[in-house]
Design a protein around this ligand. Structure first.
Ligand SMILES: Cc1cc2nc3c(=O)[nH]c(=O)nc-3n(C[C@H](O)[C@H](O)[C@H](O)COP(=O)(O)O)c2cc1C
Length: 149
């Protein structure tokens, strides 16, 4: 199993590119990583460290490629107490439901016993033309917290 499993939800590609960028940075830091764009629940082991990166669509909804994973988690409600995770949301402040998708994921993972490491990063694309930049900055502080565990 890789040190960190990146789980991305994306419709237009932004969150996917951020996930790929962060995986590259994690590799440079010496972590092994595994990226899953819109995974099924079955392909993930309920242990280790996850990094969820998702944009928001509709009105606070998850992208279509991540919704099945979320729905399966919500239905099957596995015990995720052996999972630690980081959370990165990408959205636009022009919506009332800014970064609603990562908030939903965070809430559900927490309910299932997973432990979030660090604060959730919410990237406003109106403010950051290149979302990889704030994501990379956040990753450094997140990786520091991982080391302290
Ligand atoms: C139809 C539509 C609905 C959106 N709804 C939301 C929303 O509810 N909340 C939010 O924060 N951003 C919303 N956004 C902004 C997207 O999250 C943002 O453009 C993001 O960069 C898209 O990332 P992706 O390319 O990974 O899908 C919406 C964008 C579109 C096109």
């Amino acid at each position: 199993m890789a040190d960190i499993t990146l789980i991305s939800g994306s419709t237009l590609g932004n969150a996917e590119y951020v996930a790929e960028h962060l995986a590259e940075k994690l590799d440079e830091m010496g972590y092994t990583s595994d990226i899953r764009h819109g995974p099924t629940l079955d392909e993930l082991t309920a242990e280790g460290t996850w990094l969820i990166i998702t944009s928001t669509h509709g009105a606070g909804d998850l992208p279509d490629n991540l919704q099945p994973w979320f729905d399966a988690l919500n239905k099957q409600r596995p015990n995720l107490s052996a999972v630690k995770y980081g959370a990165v949301g990408i959205g636009s402040r022009e919506y009332d439901t800014f970064c609603g998708a990562i908030e939903k994921c965070d809430l559900l993972l927490n309910e299932l016993g997973a432990q979030r490491i660090g604060e959730t990063l919410k990237i406003n694309v109106l403010e950051h033309e290149i979302p990889e930049d704030p994501a990379e900055e956040w990753l450094h502080s997140w990786a520091k917290l991982l080391k302290e565990l």
